[in-house]
Design a protein. Structure first.
Length: 78
């Protein structure tokens, strides 16, 4: 049986501040969910789940230490 280990990632402080500043300027409230690292035990396979930011029913995905923001899924980059 395949076993997974999940470790939560904290959002980078400067990334969180930028998102909160933009949302405050636009008078909207974001819902931020931290990403995680999912590891398959006994292998070298890892999956990094991005941080999710939901604003007005639109989901944005962001990674720490990256300037790219994805809209809805990882195919649409802004």
């Amino acid at each position: 049986m395949i076993k997974f280990t999940t470790q939560e990632l904290e959002m980078e402080k400067s990334l969180k501040q930028r998102i909160e500043f933009i949302c405050e300027f636009c008078h909207v409230t974001p819902t931020i969910t931290n990403g995680s690292i999912k590891r398959i035990n006994n292998t070298n396979l890892n999956y990094i789940e991005p941080h999710k930011i939901v604003v007005n029913n639109t989901t944005f995905l962001a990674f720490n230490y990256s300037t790219d923001i994805y809209v809805g899924n990882l195919n649409r980059k802004n």
